[in-house]
Ligand binder design. Sequence first.
Ligand SMILES: Cc1cc2nc3c(=O)[nH]c(=O)nc-3n(C[C@H](O)[C@H](O)[C@H](O)COP(=O)(O)OP(=O)(O)OC[C@H]3O[C@@H](n4cnc5c(N)ncnc54)[C@H](O)[C@@H]3O)c2cc1C
Length: 589
Amino acid sequence: MATYTAPINDMMFLFEKLRDNPHYNSLKKYKEVNPELAKDILEQAAKLTENLVLPLAKAGDETPAKLENGIVRTPPGYKEVYKKFIEGGWTSLSCDPEYGGQGMPKTISAFFDEMLSSASLSFKLYSELSIGAYNCIFHHGTDSIKKKYLPNMVKGIWSGTMCLTEPVCGTDLGLLKTKAAEQTDGTYKLTGQKIFITSGDHDLTENIIHLVLARASDSPAGTKGISLFLVPKIQVKEDGSLGSRNGVSTGSIESKMGIKGSATCVLNFDEATGYIVGPKNKGLSSMFTMMNLERIVVGIQGLGISEIAYQNALKYSKERKQGKSNNSKSANGADVIIDHADIRRSLLNMKSMIEGERALSFWLAQQTEVSLHHNNNKIKQEASDLVSLMTPVVKSLFTDMGMEITSDAMQIFGGYGYTKDQGIEQLYRDNRITPIYEGTNSVQAIDLVFRKLINKNGNIIGNYIQLIKKDIEESKKRDETKLFTEVLNQYLMVLINFTTWIEKSMKNSKDDVSAACNDYLRVLGLVAVGHAWLKVLDISYKEMKSNKKFFEDKIETAKFFFDRTLPRIDTYYKSGISGSKNIMNFKFN
Ligand SMILES: Cc1cc2nc3c(=O)[nH]c(=O)nc-3n(C[C@H](O)[C@H](O)[C@H](O)COP(=O)(O)OP(=O)(O)OC[C@H]3O[C@@H](n4cnc5c(N)ncnc54)[C@H](O)[C@@H]3O)c2cc1C
């Protein structure tokens, strides 16, 4: 089984030293969330994830969730741990105190998301979609809906789902067929089928609150006719107690490559009673509140799985002896594989990416909080635009790198990595869904390039580039960071050129742009991680004396990223600007 130790030191370093967004720091809401409190929460979270959640990973893989006589049963141990999970108040961590939440910021809850993803993604998913549903109801529900449903969701005794996908549509939701017929009392009756619904049914909670996209009988076709409905599995009476079973049933659950402990359900809605959430025909934009926050969390899933893969590869490489290294000192016998340059390269590739991603997601967590809670609308909007720019980047880059890192970790284990004993191949399989769900990574790249670079508020990518430039100018003043700033500046120029190319090509050939989307996303993503590293470097040099070992480690890790990872940008750029003619003219037989 894979082992795991939560990287609290790195998380606390970010929380203490990189909370550098003045707008975030001015939020009154979080003025009491100090490093002592953060450390306390993270230590409790580490105990939970290392001791209780981690063993569920293997249990869920070996004994997947199953459907028995219409009831979904979670794998052995899930119920017991979930009980402790909600008793510890973990479902309420980031929820609003008005509904019983602890009101913690994303600068803390994102670390918890990472720990849970490392320990067991399958187990995490049972509460993750609930938080998504909570967010959606919190932002779009009426007061009476919020009062009726949110407190029990926050407590974790009810959970939530997100029901978008149907047999005919995943990406293109405009095609959806689920119907909602309005009743005289203002409620709706929903009929249709949803597929691939995470935690669509299970035995962990008393009730499940489904958020369902459907088309009202008098609504137009396409995306402009979609509304959002709240459909409880069990009806909730006016006094809040549970009533009769609603018309939702589980048709089947999927047999999958990974995350086998998570129940992925086909849900049949048969005249199920639903309550509209948000304005009629604006369901997609209401659902996007949930999806955008959720996409960042999916990126963090990739980060969490990368972390546990790296930890295990590192440990194994210090134990496994094979061959002599170039500088071998052992007279006879073999050296541990961590002495080989190529293994060291692979480990550093993982470590530098993981720590850079964590720093970037911490930056994004601060921006997200500002975008949600700042009282100055202009500042709020600017933060919101940056979050919207970086959401597809974090979702795609982190999950794609999760594939590279889990694959490389498996490689370090050699044949033992491919067999089941070490738990490494499971990480690869579990991570494989992350580039697919919550909108595939290619669709994220399309969204980034066609919708996020420039919007009605202006040139978002231009503002982001200016922000990086400003930090580069600051860092340049320090001798120690000069070399790093030169490299980052060189690749920032590539990003600028690529952006100009995109803008021009948008007018000439949309296929050129579409074919370049993934390359562009990677260029932007790597520059963003480089920018996050630059912030880490600034602190590391400044604070070197306070913790030499920790900060030297940071600097040496960053060197790898700047020397070996950032240059990937050249290839992405060249590939991206090569156009689409050959691609579009090719005749597939
Ligand atoms: C384990 C699991 C859990 C899931 N959980 C949920 C859930 O809780 N709720 C929910 O609603 N859904 C869920 N899903 C569904 C998931 O979000 C979809 O599978 C995903 O969005 C892709 O949709 P699709 O499978 O229909 O693929 P399609 O949309 O058919 O896409 C097929 C391929 O075409 C590409 N493509 C599509 N459109 C374009 C385009 N315009 N340009 C270029 N390429 C394009 C895609 O990138 C993809 O590679 C889950 C799926 C799985 C497997």
